[in-house]
Design a protein around this ligand. Structure first.
Ligand code: SUD
Ligand code: ADP
Length: 307
């Protein structure tokens, strides 16, 4: 048998970063949106208990440091292994990943594959675990993994893993332009730069901005564009100063809002319509400021079985 799962990328519409905690993580208050840039994970059970992975990349080529591991460092393999250990499964699985989400781009591609592997292996091994049970395992795999199971719009608290669907009344569908950089950025390095830039100053407890929530409730792209925020942006720009020119170019081409996605270096631009998105995409592509430009829509569902 084979079970295939489609899983989206995420954008942080707002990302407020608090102080570093004792466990080395930072407390976060973020609003996630899942967008229709999808990876696919296909799981095929095998009798010998081994877990293997292959990766077919459709994402633009990235630097060597961004290569996706094809051993037990791969987050999809870790997810399958955690599920297997937790449930005492004897079978193994071959995982085949088709990647379209940029690697180390701040769009949670690795976390997405982990979420997809949980759903695919749950089906493939016939475990019948509920979404809530999978959610608990997801928190152990990474801060972003629970949201990729959830999808839609959601608030993330704790270190990002405490996902609450408080935005049930949010409306609208949004047109994004995504500018993908040639070489990724390491998430811990960006948090490290955030700490360095604070230079020992007191960091406030993070909170979700009210204007962002009200923009989502209203379903108003102009309001949402003005309310986008990211506390990691200064750190990402400090490590990659050239991203500032990309942000400026997109704004000049008519973006309602322009922001570094999560820990970067992907930058995202909110457009008023698909046609306006195309103008922004053309301007970015013509200026050759990034490796690839794609258009995406959000919000969309989280990790879902498609076979
Ligand atoms: C920044 C965010 C924003 O959504 O995503 P990306 O933009 O990287 O995709 C997330 O917080 C990333 O989540 P994820 O990529 O799952 O990170 P994890 O594996 O949990 O952590 C990787 C490392 O990032 C740092 N980290 C992560 C989350 C957090 N709240 N505080 C941190 O300081 C820690 O150094 C940690 O060891
Ligand atoms: N399935 C996977 N897909 C992508 N990266 C993975 C995967 N498994 C492990 N990784 C590692 O995780 C790192 C961060 O990847 P990714 O989740 O794409 O970035 P980000 O945290 O910036 O969103 C990569 O550089 C790679 O070494």
């Amino acid at each position: 048998m084979t079970s295939t799962v489609r899983v989206p990328a995420k954008i942080n519409l707002s990302l407020a970063v608090g102080p570093a905690r004792d466990d080395g993580y930072h407390s976060l208050a973020t609003v996630y949106q899942a967008v229709d840039l999808h990876d696919e994970v296909r799981a095929t059970s095998r009798d010998d208990g081994r877990i293997t992975v292959t990766v077919h990349s459709e994402a633009p080529s990235t630097g060597e440091s961004d290569e996706v591991p094809v051993d037990d460092r791969n987050l999809a393999v870790r997810a399958a292994d955690l599920l297997r250990e937790t449930m005492g499964v004897e079978e193994g699985v071959d995982l085949a990943i088709r990647k379209a989400i940029p690697v180390a781009g701040g769009m949670a591609g690795g976390s997405a594959d982990a979420a997809a592997a949980l759903v695919a292996c749950n089906a493939e091994w016939g475990l019948g675990m509920s979404r809530d049970e999978l959610q608990e395992l997801a928190t152990r795999l990474g801060s972003d993994v629970p949201f990729l199971l959830h999808g839609g719009n959601a608030v993330g608290g704790g270190r990002g893993e405490l996902v609450s669907p408080v935005l049930a009344r949010s409306r609208g569908s949004y047109h994004w332009v995504v500018a993908i950089a040639a070489v990724g950025l390491s998430t811990p390095a960006v948090f490290g730069e955030f700490d360095r830039l604070q230079d020992g100053a007191d960091v406030e407890e993070p909170r979700v901005p009210d204007d962002l929530l009200s923009a989502l409730r209203a379903g108003d792209p102009a309001e949402l564009g003005a309310a986008l925020s990211n506390d990691l942006q200064a750190a990402a720009l400090s490590l990659r100063p050239e991203l500032q020119a990309t942000l400026d170019l997109g704004r000049d081409a008519g973006a309602l809002g322009a922001i570094v996605s999560g820990s970067g270096p992907t930058t995202v631009f909110l457009a008023g319509s698909e046609a306006e998105g195309l103008d922004i995409a053309f301007a970015l592509a013509a200026a050759q400021v990034c490796a690839d430009v794609v258009q995406a829509r959000g919000p969309v569902a989280g990790a879902r079985l498609i076979t």
